[in-house]
Design a protein around this ligand. Sequence first.
Ligand code: G16
Length: 542
Amino acid sequence: MVETVETAPFEGQRPGTSGLRKKTPVFQQPHYVANFVQSIFDCLEGYEGATLVVGGDGRFFNREAIQTVVKIALANGFGRVLIGQGGILSTPATSNVIRQYGAFGGIILSASHNPGGPHGDFGIKYNVANGGPAPEKVTEAVFARTKEISSYRILKAPDFDLDALGTTRLGEQTIEIIDPVADYAALMRKLFDFERIRALFKSGFRLKFDAMSAVTGPYASRIFEDMLGAQAGSVLNATPLPDFGGRHPDPNLVHAKHLLDLAMSPDGPDLCAASDGDGDRNLVIGRGRFVTPSDSLAIIAANAHLAPGYASGVKGIARSMPTSRAADKVAEKIGVALYETPTGWKFFGNLLDAGMATICGEESAGAGSDHVREKDGLWAVLMWLNILAARGEGVDAVVTKHWAEHGRNYYARHDYEEVEAAGADELMQTLRDALPGLKGETFGALRIAGADDFAYHDPVDGSDSARQGIRVHFEDDGRIVYRLSGTGTAGATLRVYIERYEPDPARQQMTTQEALADLARLSQELAGIARFTGRKAPSVVT
Ligand code: G16
């Protein structure tokens, strides 16, 4: 029976860079999830009888939220709901299921790399029929709707069993619990040379993949250990836990420092890797060599043709604006277009759909391709395995040869987390106001060649996105970018992206800290970071 429940709007249900993210207790308030989900459906048309995919990263409150989503979807007239067994479906796997089953869209319950648990974060994201995150015009319409909503429709029924595979019928409607791994693993097998990678493992190649007690555990165990023959125990923390084992499921050098230490030890594994809460991010570290996400994108783009799924070459490369320009050098060399988009995977969707880009990536540990419409952590690790197997070289050799050929983009991101929002806004506004006078300003050896506030014109649908981050370019090809994160759940996070290009192989072995010291200092001075935020140093450097 369908019930119409009276409700009132909640403040602040505005989707950010990647869906709506808040502290878990915010989502646990009565009607909070229902309001948001009904608001999504209110902004869609033509889903009567269609398929909706629902999955999450297994974090605390995942199962409860799924029950609400499914009951609202059925009450609103979806014909079929596909749910990952146990409520588990990684973000890239959800994207694949949406595409493979011709679904109308999907709802992903995740706050990605943010910590989970009763005091952690939770999130809801809507993906459209191409498998990718809803574009801005949809998320803005949803936000507008959340401010007006007065009722939602929900099925009055006992909770559904999320664990038994199979189909349940409710009159004309069906709920199917699907194996979350099978379709995704089959897709990976098509894209990569599994025979070759299996031979690599057989020859003694050692992998340590940390699933961080998050969603990729079941995927990684099946693909790396069962299908590719990696040594038992290659996958660490393989069981998804509601609180991610109390850890922060962010595969960066801070939260996965143990992997860095392992990779830097003389007898370390050949490849250390990790993925985040919902499986879309990746970390790649070879023995003795960390690969920055920006370098990883460039190297993947330059070598993708070694994997069977990309044997015909890449059609174009896309990167988010703050991502280093290492990929630009590759695009130039292989003669394909390079697209610079705002931060957020949703901006790649049109380029991928139009066949203009094949490989996409972001500095925030994301890489992917046109195989789905999300970034994909395991895909990136498999791509690296395929490249290493095909080239018969280790990570360090692949990276240093890449730099020798294309130059090295020294790169770091400085995050000032949870600063006061008002101060952060003022900092950005002051920088924006100063833009016209910055050109020609000199600081020691550094001279500003130009500065602007990045705006994007989508070449496919003609939409415009303004104020996407402040770029300061230097005459020696260095760059500082400032923007506020769109994924935080407390205060504001100022991100400062620092980059310098070094074409000379003799100068490509400095530490990043050494190479960027001047620019890093200037980044604080130029924006008055201490003055506006009270912070003398970043909280996280990646
Ligand atoms: C999300 C988006 C990415 C973005 C990242 C960081 O990733 O999908 O496109 O680069 O957030 O965004 P921000 O700098 O605004 O915090 P994820 O892995 O959190 O879904």
